[in-house]
Design a protein around this ligand. Sequence first.
Ligand code: IPD
Length: 278
Amino acid sequence: DDDVAAELEELAAAVALSAGRLIVDERPDAVEVASTKSTATDVVTVMDQRSQDHLVARLREARPDDAVLGEERGGATGTSGITWVIDPIDGTVNYLYGIPAYAVSVAAVVGDPTREGAWRPFAGAVHNPVTGELFRARTGGGARLVLADDSDRMLAPTACTDPALALVGTGFGYAAQRRERQARLVLDLLPQVRDIRRIGSAALDLCAVAAGSLDAYYETGLNPWDLAAGWLVATEAGAAVGGFDGPGSALTWACAPGLVGTLPELVAEGTRRHLRDA
Ligand code: IPD
């Protein structure tokens, strides 16, 4: 119910803020690459693991019966039916280079986040520790942006109705073959929209649509930890959101409601054409 969701939204915000302090304060000695995953450029910094350990410990201390699914190794199983889906640093490459667009993403979900289409986030927070922005939401409660000085505002997408005037965010995976197909889709779209942005953090992209600093965002092949909290923030802000499936899912998108019927269709059509088998 709403009391539980409100409590878990509060916890998501608190742990995202404390992990945010950790990743900024200790960046100088924890920014080096610890290992790589799918490719040589899909890196894990020392801090990705440290931030995840911090989040798992804080969440398990507060909610010992909940499960935790994180991007890095070392989640936790639980019995409550609630799973915390966490990305300890979304935008790891930006973190590595010191580009101020990375975030901690924390969402409480019901269902099984490892099964496509079988889960839904209901409370969550995305925090950019460099700008201090904290995006937070729970089902039915709207989405809010809280700034470092504690001021806050409700979020709402733009009034954009024309794809040709839309500023569109996207992102790319790490594997070369997928990137080539994603580039073909960009080639199709770029002449048809205002411009394209590649911010480097899917969680912040979804929050940007919620806040009206992008008109739309799409990406193929996201993982649950990239999108769980941002998806909820965008939905609760009143953005149109689609293609929310699960690990490795084909297409995730969010846009201003006035773009429904045009932009998502353009993106979906391009995805079918270029990314069907990727
Ligand atoms: C990545 C970022 C990036 C997106 C990639 C993600 P990570 O997450 O969200 O913007 O394009 O698909 O993998 O690896 O920095 O946590």
